[in-house]
Design a protein around this ligand. Structure first.
Ligand code: MN
Ligand code: MN
Length: 493
């Protein structure tokens, strides 16, 4: 008689045993397995909501890969870019560079839990998670490679994380903190719970909806396919959180949630907010960034918090205020420093400005004059007049320029510590830094390195230091100042 799936799966998931030659603490040292360190008895109720056997995993993943590869081969390579908006292509280049190798780091994180997670069912889920993350690296590397013949900067899909480009330093700083330099418990809360159930919806589901409307069906298919994996392995977070809360770890859990919520928000402003509202063609914008945040992130995540009796992060009001302005301020910074990016940056055209004003009633009043000023610079001093030359102030926690200013409120702040003056873009970044000083004080931002003579001060040399070959790889205005053959009609507001 063959055993049915449900006859053996529970036994196969739960294979922890009692150690006779070593202590449990030697097998799962707190440095790797995490704190609070609890005996296995406390973990044995660890259960994932959706169970998967290895057999099911392999056949599902194979079908998913076939579906993505099917779309890829249905598109003749010669016509790969046909019908794609130029702004959209920059978004894909941005996304690929910022995420392909972060996914690979995600595989390392999952493998850490696959060894040091405290229950065998957790380790099993994490093993499948590691296989997922390898796939999430391979898909963009493959699709990015197909793009190379049309645009050499698609090599940043692979190259970005091997450089000192400032946006990548910010992303690496976050991902190192979130999961490479984290133990299994912190990882499960930070990566699986906060990032994967809270924020990656936005980058993957929302972007997939837009990709569909932007007629980039291969990208849509790839994103949606990746997100189905995330939905499965992100469930690691909940039972870990539950065990922590039941065993005196609630404060620790609240700290990790607050910290990661803010850090993810900061990066997503840069990665998603600006890209969604300045690179996606208007007809493909299904919702605004703010609407996506409200519906997909805030609503779902606050439900999660309530379920576990956790509080909203203490900086909630500031976070809500920023939904209207932070990514718009940041876009101005991206535009002014575009030569330090590997993709082109757009100045909103007349139609986009209408759309922005509709979604953000104060947009025109607050941000309109800045863009008008840049228009005037283009007319009088040309491209050179529209670029920033001074070094931006960079936050010593999130590593992003402190560009989240809006009328009546500059959120930047400082902290004097051990003879060094640290700068932060906001109170929550300073708070995180203060909670984990030993983790963050030694790091130098790009600007700190320039001041200390560890990175070149001249822009041309700085490009080189960041891995950007000027002028071929450095970012430009999406529609202006390009080689004549790339030039499109100049938009006017
Ligand atoms: Mn992934
Ligand atoms: Mn993941």
């Amino acid at each position: 008689m063959t055993l049915g799936r449900d006859d053996w799966l529970d036994v196969a998931r739960k294979v922890d045993w009692t150690y006779r030659y070593v202590s449990e603490e030697e097998v799962f040292p707190p440095e790797m397995s995490g704190r609070p360190w609890l005996p296995h008895d406390a973990w044995q109720g660890w259960n994932e909501a959706y169970r998967t056997t290895y057999r099911e995993y392999v056949s599902n993943q194979r079908a998913k890969d076939d579906a993505v590869l099917g779309v890829r081969s249905a598109l003749s390579k010669v016509h790969i870019l046909e019908g794609l908006d130029p702004g959209w292509l920059q978004l894909v280049k941005f996304h690929n560079g910022a995420l392909a190798l972060a996914e690979y780091a995600g595989a390392v994180a999952e493998l850490r839990m696959a060894r040091f997670g405290r229950d065998s069912a957790w380790r099993m889920m994490a093993t499948l998670g590691a296989l997922d993350e390898i796939r999430h690296t391979q898909i963009p590397l493959l699709l990015g490679h197909d793009m190379l013949r049309f645009d050499g900067n698609f090599d940043w899909t692979h190259k970005a994380y091997h450089t000192n480009e400032w946006m990548i330093i910010a992303a690496r700083h976050l991902f190192d903190d979130m999961f490479l330099a984290a133990d299994a418990i912190d990882l499960a809360i930070q990566l699986n719970l906060v990032f994967e159930t809270g924020f990656s919806n936005l980058q993957f589901m929302a972007m997939a909806a837009m990709a569909d409307r932007a007629s980039h069906h291969l990208f849509e298919k790839a994103l949606a396919s990746i997100q189905t994996d995330e939905a499965r392995h992100s469930q690691i977070g909940h039972p870990v959180l539950r065990t922590l809360i039941e065993n005196g770890g609630k404060d620790r859990a609240q700290f990790l949630v607050d910290k990661m919520w803010w850090r993810c928000w900061r990066l997503l402003i840069a990665l998603t907010g600006s890209a969604m509202e300045y690179l996606v063609p208007v007809e493909a914008r299904t919702r605004s960034f703010k609407e996506f945040m409200e519906e997909w992130v805030i609503e779902q995540f606050t439900k999660n918090l309530a379920e576990f009796g956790l509080e909203r992060p203490w900086f909630w009001d500031l976070f809500l205020e920023e939904l209207d302005s932070a990514h718009h301020s940041f876009q101005l910074g991206l535009y002014a420093y575009r030569t330090t990016l590997w993709f082109d940056v757009a100045m909103p055209d007349a139609e986009e400005r209408c759309w922005l004003s509709e979604k953000y009633p104060q947009w025109d009043e607050i941000f309109g004059p800045f863009w008008k000023r840049l228009e005037e610079e283009w007319a009088t001093n040309g491209e050179a007049g529209t670029l920033a030359y001074a070094l931006p102030a960079i936050c010593n926690l999130c590593q992003l320029p402190t560009l989240f200013v809006r009328p009546g409120k500059n959120t930047a702040c400082t902290l004097m510590l051990g003879g060094r003056n640290y700068l932060f873009c906001s109170q929550p970044c300073r708070w995180i830094f203060e909670q984990q000083k030993e983790r963050f004080t030694d790091h130098r931002s790009v600007v700190d390195r320039i001041v200390a003579g560890q990175a070149p001060g001249k822009l041309i040399d700085l490009h080189d230091w960041m891995g950007l070959e000027a002028p071929t790889e450095t970012g430009k205005d999406l529609r202006r100042g390009l080689s004549p053959w790339r030039l499109e009609p100049v938009p006017t507001a």
